[in-house]
Design a protein around this ligand. Structure first.
Ligand code: NAP
Ligand code: G3P
Length: 472
């Protein structure tokens, strides 16, 4: 056992004597442990979050910013440790882990700047024969925010919820994914060193299936910001808690490759988009819809690039790393097996050792195969050959996941027309699907989520208008 970290409740680093082992995807052995909190500690976290909120929001913006800047400095000076923990508990390469911390620090800077520009709207009465009114509509914090993050970006996707909430005067209860908890609690330890006022920032750990409903149904919550799977997201939607809900869920992002595409560029973008972090990204390219007249050439070029992706340990910065656990690997394997049984063509990969699956490329995938529709969250990319652009659009739109899509073509008019037809959150032209930069609004619809994240957008979701009308 390497690492044991405590939860953060009301400014104290605590545990309750019950522990949850964190199993490393590198060797499927325990890497550390975190507290398995129960109802008592969870209710305490919300109680203190509520009690401290008013005082926190009464600080000046610059006072709140100074705490966040100190935290950002500590994250920066501990980025090597954070990357090491991520490598062990979620299998992210050391290099990518450092980039994730750097990206998140940039996000904090950006959020701080944006928070300085949250100005009230001032309106004069000008209707109903009313002229003698001056309305001032300010944004005020909603109160207590519950942030729940997934395993794949334990720093970035938590910072993106916590920092916009805190900067405008909310308090936060943050529950990281179990694999991701050590990273979350290491960030909590750094926050403890900063010395945020008691109760303002709380981090609770435990298995989602054990404590999820306890968290979501706590009456102190004003906003729930959740990122994770569609199954858990839909469960939260249905719980009837009546809270404001922001959901970032799964994806099945298509890459549409048209006849006239620059194939060298398309291949580079598709490979990076599909296989980075072994495909464990909501925004990964998860299917290629290609014009059948250029499919052979595209597959040939993809094969060359995909064969360069070495599988191995995140500690050696390998491109393809073990997926999060054996169950996830079995799921990916199930999708591959189903496609191959139904006569898809294996171009490359499908080598497996425990949860390390080599980069897998499968051609001639059809609508009858699960791989055409389900989100693998693993290093496998299906190629679906299409007769024409209309078929590509139909297949793209048929998925219930609607996060992003990308189109590769030299014809900008065609790209704009297709983008118009695609029912999805965001369309990238001649570039892979991607959330970053984090300053862009980020959102999915249907099974991919509800609400919008970003910088200004997240600030808007954790604040509400408060009006003041001066009659003169
Ligand atoms: P997950 O299994 O849904 O878990 C996400 C979070 O929810 C974890 O903290 C988990 O805790 C918690 N949880 C589990 N059951 C819960 C319940 N009943 N109530 C409340 N919380 C509960 O997802 P994941 O495997 O970590 O992440 C992969 C999924 O996230 C993929 O589908 C991916 O596409 C999606 N994702 C989406 C975005 C986006 O921005 N759209 C970004 C990243 C990931 P435990 O870990 O303790 O179970
Ligand atoms: O899957 C999480 C999402 O935030 C990924 O970000 O920039 O790698 O597309 P990005």
């Amino acid at each position: 056992m390497n690492l044991e970290l405590n939860a953060l409740i009301n400014g104290e680093l605590i545990n309750n004597g019950d522990w949850l082992e964190i199993i490393s995807p590198i060797n499927n052995k325990p890497y550390g442990r975190v507290p398995a909190l129960k109802e008592k500690e969870i209710n305490e976290a919300f109680k203190w979050a509520r009690q401290s909120q008013k005082e926190w929001s009464n600080l000046t913006l610059f006072e709140r910013i100074s705490y966040l800047q100190k935290w950002a400095k500590l994250l920066e000076s501990h980025k090597t440790e954070l990357a090491k923990i991520m490598a062990h508990e979620i299998g992210k390469s050391l290099k990518d882990g450092q980039v994730e911390v750097e990206r998140s620090i940039e996000y904090i800077d950006y959020t701080i700047e944006e928070a300085k520009r949250v100005f009230p709207e001032t309106l004069t009465g000008d209707g109903w024969n009313i002229k003698n009114k001056l309305g001032i509509f300010s944004r005020v914090p909603k109160g207590v925010i519950l942030a729940i993050s997934p395993f794949n970006y334990p720093v970035n996707l938590s910072i993106a919820k916590i920092v916009p909430s805190l900067v405008v005067g909310n308090t936060v209860v943050f529950k990281p994914a179990t694999n991701g908890s050590l990273t979350g609690l290491y960030m909590a330890k750094l926050a403890f060193e900063v010395g945020f006022p008691k109760g303002v920032f709380n981090v609770v750990t435990g298995r989602g299936r054990d404590i999820g409903d306890l968290l979501v149904l706590n009456p102190e919550i004003d906003v729930i910001s959740f990122t994770g799977s569609v199954a858990v997201g839909n469960h939260i939607r249905k719980l009837g808690h009546g809270k404001y809900l922001v959901l970032e869920l799964g994806g099945k992002d298509p890459a549409l490759v048209l006849k006239d595409a620059d194939l060298t560029k398309a291949v580079k973008e598709i490979v990076a988009g599909a296989y980075a972090y072994s495909g464990q990204r909501c925004t990964a390219v998860k299917r290629v819809l290609v014009d059948e007249t250029i499919a052979d050439e595209l597959v040939k070029l993809l094969k060359i690039e995909v064969s360069k992706l070495e599988a191995g340990s995140p500690l050696d910065n390998k491109a393809i790393i073990p997926v999060i656990d054996l169950k996830a690997a079995d799921f990916v394997q199930g999708l591959i097996d189903d496609a191959l049984v139904k006569k898809a063509t294996l171009i490359l990969g499908n080598q497996r050792k425990d949860n390390l699956i080599s980069a897998t490329l499968i051609d001639h995938v059809t609508s009858e195969m699960r791989l055409a529709w389900e989100e693998p969250f693993g290093p496998v990319l299906p190629i679906i050959r299409c007769k024409n652009v209309e078929e590509m659009i139909t297949l793209a739109n048929k998925s219930n996941f609607k996060l992003q899509a990308c189109i590769f073509t030299k014809d900008i008019n065609a790209a704009l027309n297709i983008a118009n037809e695609l029912e999805t959150g965001t369309v990238n032209i001649n570039g892979r699907t991607q959330r970053g930069p984090d300053s862009f609004p980020f959102f999915g619809i249907n099974d991919s989520g509800q609400g919008v994240q970003g910088i200004r957008e997240t600030i808007n979701s954790v604040t509400r208008f408060k009006g003041l009308v001066i009659n003169y």
